[in-house]
Design a protein around this ligand. Structure first.
Ligand code: ATP
Length: 238
């Protein structure tokens, strides 16, 4: 039997009082692919990502990576770039990369890759700026560079395009493609359907904490009588 690859999420449920924000949600994010998590405001996207990252305790649900159950130690294998990028105020951009390299025990050669990532994100010139003096987009780029450098097998990004300038958005897409090609399972939430169409291999649309569409992007693009992703999204979340 083949080992199931990637992140498997089964029966994830999270309530806030009487509200069930994520309701018995099951899905898989394969390695070497990008899953777009879509849905209207309040659909449960951020709650799902926070539960997967272990930052919010779910009421129910189990996670497995490549067939192995994941417990409280999942921080080693799942990285999250949250909606509001938080960096260490007194560390410089470069020191964030040094911190990652030391804590993840990266092999020699990481500094070259770190420099390349910062250059791609137009951040190399600002490598000696401390976190608290960075703009919001620069903080986000710092986290993107640090996370890409760490190379966890599962990467979660909550609304990653918001706050990035156009070149930053393009570079992020390219960096995510590289990570996908390296075998990472990537889940990103977004409201930008065009951007999701450009980069995602699969789409999971949530509404009231339920999956209302789960399909490969190619099917959504070319199936369903040529209707656009936007039409399908609006219909499914009406
Ligand atoms: P958006 O697109 O607006 O960011 P989302 O899909 O990420 O929305 P969530 O932030 O996951 O949605 O919220 C899902 C539901 O859970 C919403 O109804 C929200 O009000 C509720 N919720 C989220 N966090 C909390 C909290 N800490 N306490 C109470 N309710 C919460």
């Amino acid at each position: 039997m083949m080992t199931p690859d990637g992140l498997a999420v089964a029966h994830l449920t999270r309530r806030f009082g009487k509200l069930t924000a994520v309701d018995d949600l099951s899905f898989r994010a394969a390695r070497g692919s990008i899953l777009g998590l879509l849905g209207p405001n309040g659909a449960g996207k951020t709650t799902t990502l926070l539960c997967l990252a272990g930052l919010l305790r779910p009421d129910a649900g189990v996670l497995a990576l490549d067939g192995q159950p994941l417990g409280a130690d999942r921080g080693r294998v799942i990285s999250l770039i949250p909606e509001t990028p938080e960096v260490y105020g007194m560390l410089t951009v470069w020191e964030h990369l040094v911190f990652v390299a030391k804590s993840c025990k990266l092999e020699a050669g990481w500094a070259e890759r770190g420099r390349e990532l910062l250059e791609r994100l137009d951040l190399y010139e600002r490598r000696d700026t401390i976190g608290e003096a960075l703009s919001k987009g620069m903080r986000q780029k710092t986290l993107i560079a640090a996370t890409a450098l760490a190379g966890a097998p599962v990467l979660l990004l909550d609304e990653p395009m918001i706050g990035l300038d156009p070149k930053g958005q393009r570079e992020l897409r390219a960096i995510l493609s590289d990570l996908r090609d390296a075998g990472c399972a990537i889940i990103l939430s977004t409201h930008l359907l065009e951007s999701a169409e450009a980069i995602c291999d699969r789409v999971l649309v949530l509404n009231f904490g339920h999956a209302v569409i789960s399909a490969p992007m190619a099917e959504l693009r070319f199936g369903e009588f040529g209707r656009s992703l936007e039409d399908l999204f609006l219909e499914a979340t009406r």
